[in-house]
Design a protein around this ligand. Structure first.
Ligand code: KG4
Ligand code: ZN
Length: 353
């Protein structure tokens, strides 16, 4: 079964064709990062307008790269939430229109769940048999989704049979990386830059608080983000009125690297501590990680070091937002649910697992 996946929940227009929820025949993405960088974050109106321009060429490229035509496509899957409403509307309207005029079954899926299902995909070019044995998550599995918008830990007993153990109470972990990067003088998205800087910094230079969320599985990053800002302002002369985007001008490169390393350690430790705690409580057969922050090397190393089983990470290009994960999730959705009437598919910007 070949599914066309469409993803536009934030600042990436993406389309992919995936066979049987596993084999990526094509995965195409037009990133808008350059458009949003001058503003220090994603501007919803700019994102939606750009999706209108890129959506159809991206879909065409997905067909071309897969060497496929409409006759090969069995169904369409599209992200219906959560995300930016204007951006979601462009993707869902495109999918609904195509489903109607091409007469294809349509499935609306959850973006965050999509990040989990990225772990069912084999990497492009990988030997399918080897990949099948090596990477298919085994139920029950623990899933940690960490991105610019989400921080969630869930226990999956089967497809669509999951329990959300915990989630963000304020900022998402990727959002904290992006905001700290801004304090340290780096453009959006700052996660990759923080982890690069952290390699040369001392992660014990500053002691940042790990949020205590009363023994549960929730995550809180806004206190950590503010602690980094206060420490930076203290180093820059102690004036707490110094705007967050100017403070880096008064810091030395060593101080910036030490702040990055100390922040990253506190941020990643909180994720790893809760994941290890959940592993001990629920004893899952697999642990899978998804979302842009899953590309973070310290997170990968620490989970590998502290968990007794091999942790599964999607390939970096499948960790960040993409449409292949949406097509994979669409495949599993099609096994258990009837297709939705294209005239009735609704977007839900606050959709929650
Ligand atoms: O999944 P994603 O592409 O988009 C959302 O759904 O949000 O995640 C993007 C987020 C950004 O906040 C970015 O800074 C973060 O992932 N990120 C990283 C790294 N690479 C990307 N954070 C920490 N370390 C990284 N290496
Ligand atoms: Zn995402």
């Amino acid at each position: 079964m070949k599914i066309l996946g469409i993803e536009t929940s934030c600042d990436e227009s993406a389309a992919a064709i995936v066979e049987d929820g596993r084999t990526v025949l094509s995965s195409v993405m037009a990133s808008q990062i350059k458009l949003h960088t001058p503003y220090g974050g994603v501007v919803p109106e700019v994102a939606a307008r750009n999706h209108i321009e890129t959506m159809l060429p991206v879909i065409q490229e997905a067909f071309r790269a897969a060497g496929a035509g409409w006759d090969d496509i069995d169904a369409i899957a599209v992200t219906r939430g959560p995300g930016l409403l204007g951006s979601l509307l462009i993707g869902t309207m495109t999918a609904r229109t195509l489903a109607l005029i091409k007469d294809k079954p349509l499935y609306g899926v959850d973006h965050v769940l999509g990040h989990v299902y990225a772990n069912f995909l084999e990497a492009p070019g990988e030997d399918p048999e080897r990949s099948r044995r090596a990477t298919t998550p085994q139920f029950p599995f623990l899933a940690l989704v960490v991105s610019g918008g989400h921080t969630q830990l869930a226990l999956f007993r089967g497809h669509f049979d999951y329990r959300l153990l915990g989630q963000k109470l304020d900022d998402a972990v990727g959002e904290a990386f992006d905001k700290v990067a801004r304090v340290l003088g780096f453009p959006y998205p700052g996660g990759p830059e923080i982890s690069r800087l952290a390699e040369s910094g001392n992660d014990r230079a500053y002691r940042f608080p790990k949020a205590k969320t009363r023994g549960d599985y929730n995550f809180s990053y806004s206190g950590l983000k503010t602690a980094v800002l206060r420490q930076a302002q203290t180093l820059a002369g102690g004036d707490f009125r110094t705007p967050s985007f100017e403070v880096h001008e008064q810091l030395t490169p060593e101080q910036i690297a030490d702040l990055a390393a100390s922040f990253q350690k506190a941020a990643i430790d909180a994720l790893v501590d809760k994941t290890v705690k959940a592993y001990r409580e629920f004893n899952p057969k697999s642990v899978v990680i998804g979302g842009g922050v899953a590309a973070n090397q310290l997170l990968r190393d620490e989970l590998t070091r502290r968990l007794p089983i091999k942790v599964q990470f999607a390939k970096p290009e499948l960790c960040t937002d993409n449409a292949a994960m949406i097509a994979a999730l669409g495949y599993y959705t099609a096994q258990v649910q009837p297709a939705i009437d294209p005239l009735k598919l609704q977007t839900d910007s606050n959709l929650s697992m």
